[in-house]
Design a protein around this ligand. Structure first.
Ligand code: ACO
Ligand code: OAA
Length: 395
């Protein structure tokens, strides 16, 4: 082994690896921009379908274009009966993100554009995936609970239809508006882990579904999109504002992390958290029980203070912190929070796959291929001499 070789552990932090026109995250100022627009100006004002158009087709739609994309999405929501049958055969305790990921290559088998490699085909594949993700997630929730899946309703928006397929009830305007804003807020976030995973796969010229399946897998992790489910599990485990101090002390004493705090890019609060928090409070007030919002707020304030005291630096809330109680107040199962993130982020993944494969940003070498630094063994100054199996001695 080489003596005293420094171990590289950059994790690509602060390394700019490609140009993009899809979005910008200003970590110092706490700004998130989708194709030139601040996300705080989009959430609650533009619908998720408008944002899908913005991300995929590079501008906000006019009324005719919006009607067209809404119709295209609504027309593509149904999933093949064979996929529903396959889902019915899955273990009822399967993780919903695994079920979602497993259906992505199955859907590829039914996509008439799957063998085409051009920007128009990619756009159509994107619309089909965006349309079908809510149907899969809602169908799985119904199937695992022994209920029949609810057919998508083409008259409803993406947000309203999702809530309808989950609960079987028509959501009111407030619930639909909050879900719509949450979908807008989660749709895109530059080169986050799951988008990078999708772009890395796309850079090999693999198809849209292969790239998206990688994105789903990456998003499922507790340090990424999987954090929203863990935030709610944490709130449920704490249960009471009086227990917040003990919880924080125990987590920090044992080297754990407070889910929903911290971010690889933001050095201030995540701007999305400031839009999600009031929605959580409003639904708490509407339900007559603000406990989950109050608990979140106490955990945020006390968690930030305890972190500062121990580490001598600040920590901030991220998008997963208040989306948890918001979705809980909507009556959504805790382990569906991350699939709901995916139902939104699919828009960003697809926009990045299209950019990666068909340009729109500055040219870069085709596929991603970073270097690694070998710090494993050699046998003395040279490579190890191969020993045949029958001559190897037990260690
Ligand atoms: C959609 C999204 O993906 S948003 C992120 C969702 N993930 C979470 O909420 C999980 C909790 N948060 C975390 O694990 C981290 O903050 C991450 C992974 C998101 C970002 O981490 P990093 O940028 O790598 O932070 P970094 O490793 O530099 O952390 C610095 C220090 O703060 C600590 N720290 C970071 N986040 C937290 C946290 N939430 N709670 C307690 N300590 C934390 C680290 O343990 C580290 O301590 P050390 O210096 O003593 O080793
Ligand atoms: O950008 C990141 O690292 C994680 C994040 O907030 C997101 O994907 O929305």
């Amino acid at each position: 082994m080489e003596a005293c070789k420094p171990v590289l552990n950059t994790g690509l932090r602060g390394v700019t690896i490609a140009s993009t026109k899809v979005s910008d995250v200003d970590g110092a100022k706490g700004k998130l921009i989708y194709r030139g627009y601040l996300v705080k100006d989009l959430a609650g004002k533009a619908t998720f379908e408008e944002v899908v158009h913005l991300l995929l087709f590079e501008r906000l739609p006019d009324q005719g274009e919006l009607a067209a994309i809404r119709r295209q999405i609504a027309d593509q929501r149904a999933i093949p009966a064979a996929i529903l049958t396959a889902m019915q055969g899955m273990p009822k305790d399967a993780l919903p993100m695994d079920v979602l990921q497993a259906t992505v290559p199955m859907l590829a088998n039914y996509d008439p554009d799957i063998r085409n490699f051009d920007i128009d085909s990619a756009g159509r594949m994107a619309i089909r995936l965006i349309a079908k993700f809510p149907t899969i997630v809602a169908a799985w929730d119904r199937i695992r609970n022994g209920k029949a899946p609810i057919d998508p309703d083409p008259a409803l928006s993406q947000a309203a239809n999702l809530l309808h397929m989950l609960s079987g009830e028509a959501p009111d305007d407030e619930l639909t508006g909050f879900m719509d804003a949450a979908l807008v807020l989660h749709a895109e976030h530059s080169f986050n882990a799951s988008t990078f995973a999708a772009r890395e796969v796309a850079s090999t010229k693999a198809h849209m579904y292969a790239a998206v399946a990688a994105g789903v897998g990456s998003l499922s992790g507790p340090l990424h999109g999987g954090a929203n489910t863990r935030v709610m599990q944490m709130l449920l485990a704490i249960g009471d504002v009086d227990k917040v101090d003990d919880y924080i002390a125990n987590i920090l004493d044992t080297g754990g992390v407070i889910m929903g705090l911290g971010h690889a890019v933001y050095q201030v609060d995540d701007p999305r958290a400031h839009i999600l928090a009031p929605m959580s409070l409003a639904l708490g007030q509407r339900s007559g029980d603000t406990r989950w919002y109050d608990l979140s707020k106490a955990l945020e304030v006390k968690g930030k203070a305890a972190f500062k005291q121990r580490k001598g630096k600040d920590i901030f809330v991220n998008v997963d912190f208040y989306s948890a109680s918001l979705y809980y107040y909507m009556g959504i199962a805790v382990d569906l929070f991350t699939p709901i993130f995916a139902i939104s982020r699919i828009a960003g993944w697809c926009a990045h796959v299209i950019e990666e494969q068909f340009g729109g940003a500055e040219a870069k070498p085709t596929l991603y291929r970073p270097e690694s630094d070998y710090i494993g063994d050699y046998c003395g100054p040279d490579e190890c001499a191969f020993v045949p199996l029958n001559e190897r001695k037990p260690e």
